[in-house]
Design a protein around this ligand. Sequence first.
Ligand SMILES: CC(=O)N[C@H]1[C@@H](OP(=O)(O)OP(=O)(O)OC[C@H]2O[C@@H](n3ccc(=O)[nH]c3=O)[C@H](O)[C@@H]2O)O[C@H](CO)[C@@H](O)[C@@H]1O[C@H](C)C(=O)N[C@@H](C)C(=O)N[C@H](CCC(=O)O)C(=O)O
Ligand SMILES: Nc1ncnc2c1ncn2[C@@H]1O[C@H](COP(=O)(O)OP(=O)(O)OP(=O)(O)O)[C@@H](O)[C@H]1O
Length: 490
Amino acid sequence: MRLADLATALNVSARDLPPQGLEVVGVTHNADWVQPGFAFVAIRGAKFDGHSFLQKAAQKGAVAVLGEGLPDGQSSPLPYLTVPNAREALADAAAALAGHPSRALKVVGVTGTDGKTTTSWLTRHLLREAGLSTGLLSTVGYELPDGALRHFPAHFTTPEAPQVQETLRDMLGAGAQAVVLEASSHALALHRVRAVDWDVAVWTHLSSEHLDFHGTVENYFADKRKLVERARFAVLNADDPWTAHLSGIAPAQTTYSSEGRAADWQAGRIEERATGLHFQVVSPTAEFDAHLPMIGRFNVANALAGMAVAHHLGATPAQLVAGLASFRGVPGRMELVPGADDAPRVIVDFAHTPPSLEKALSTLRTTTRGKLWVLLGSAGGPRDPYKRAPMGEVATRLADQVVFTEEDSRDTPLQDILNEMERGAREADRHNFSSIGDRREAIRHILQQAQAGDTVLLAGKGPEDTLERATETIPWNEVQEALEALGLRK
Ligand SMILES: CC(=O)N[C@H]1[C@@H](OP(=O)(O)OP(=O)(O)OC[C@H]2O[C@@H](n3ccc(=O)[nH]c3=O)[C@H](O)[C@@H]2O)O[C@H](CO)[C@@H](O)[C@@H]1O[C@H](C)C(=O)N[C@@H](C)C(=O)N[C@H](CCC(=O)O)C(=O)O
Ligand SMILES: Nc1ncnc2c1ncn2[C@@H]1O[C@H](COP(=O)(O)OP(=O)(O)OP(=O)(O)O)[C@@H](O)[C@H]1O
């Protein structure tokens, strides 16, 4: 694309550009990622000003810079296009360079504090079962319609705009008709998905998280709400109080409830069995019985959301029933570790917020004959330190025995994190816990103690493949750790 055309696409003046037609072949905000022919977007971030890296971008072959204005006294080694908002320009340029792939796709966005990944995977499965070639972009990775899971080099729920747009373009090129995309609140706040043409927005629910980044829960809500504002159709959770503020925002909407509230899609007669969830669905067009081979009552809500989307995009009730029954779950989300009859039941789950831990433990209690155990930690660094004590309170209230351990402690002293979780328990006058800093040792300890008939929830890591400590990052596989610990019981 010619730089002048890019300027037109961004609606900015190309007056000061060189007269010869410069070609732009890609765009990035990271000077290290520049390739010959790229435009470099200089973003003033929380830590750096991208303008400090103009020389580096030029050396790597950038042909132009987009930014909100050069700092006083600085000149640009490359033609400089002034834009009102650099992150918005990054998203708009990425979409223009990729040929606006989302316009040719049915794009479903899923947002909410918990349940995004599960709902995205379920929705992708239901759409495929209904015959729509569907791609997926989620925390766990991204999938073209071929079903093979791939990963971006950096771990993101929603990557930066160029990666989003290039992935959508690749999906379209691989024959996708629809795409399900997890939209994190960071992505919505930082305009990573600004130039996506959304067909459907799904709202799971909202609770306090990421306040270190958003500041207040109102800001957090306002960022997430953008998805609903931009979609043609909204699928809203009637059980979430925030939904009252979302109603009527999208041109059309449907609602769902798994807790008996008035809604277009309702689940009733919910039974949690060893084989999974059984429930009755009352939809706007039909009533039917459904079986979902997943543990966790909250997955009924995720299933209703997925069904509402798939129905909106053409799935029949029979296809929805067949699709739910054939769903194989999401790695690290209420994942059952294969075990022997004389061993405790072990579940690996990603729950890492007080509400998701509460839901995970409550649902496991209903199908546990013996004791309920939980192993948990809390991440270090600036991320949500205020949730550590509530996690300790929830765990000791709902489980019989709790082991606190490490979970990506990073540059925060592990003992400080353990102390906070213990404080949450002690302030509620509970003493059913111990702390073992080394996660492997903690898993082995808990699986030595637990008996057949007990349930052990290993919470927080889910499918993540690394464990971050102060001075090292080690490879990690929670299911494998559990299998090895179970092997040591023999
Ligand atoms: C909190 C947050 O989201 N921060 C994002 C923000 O960082 P920032 O404002 O501090 O940027 P900065 O480091 O000051 O850099 C400014 C600019 O200089 C550039 N730069 C900087 C250094 C350098 O050597 N060269 C260079 O070019 C940077 O690429 C950037 O364009 O802007 C950066 C560039 O756009 C993002 O990479 C960065 O994401 C960081 C890495 C991150 O960890 N984000 C996480 C929290 C996140 O987004 N998580 C959500 C999921 C959350 C959840 O639900 O759990 C996700 O969608 O993954
Ligand atoms: N609808 C729901 N309501 C509340 N908790 C849920 C719901 N669905 C899943 N959970 C819990 O939250 C955990 C995370 O689920 P999931 O990965 O689907 O959410 P997420 O929003 O994608 O989170 P992340 O982006 O951090 O992966 C699950 O392991 C489960 O314990």
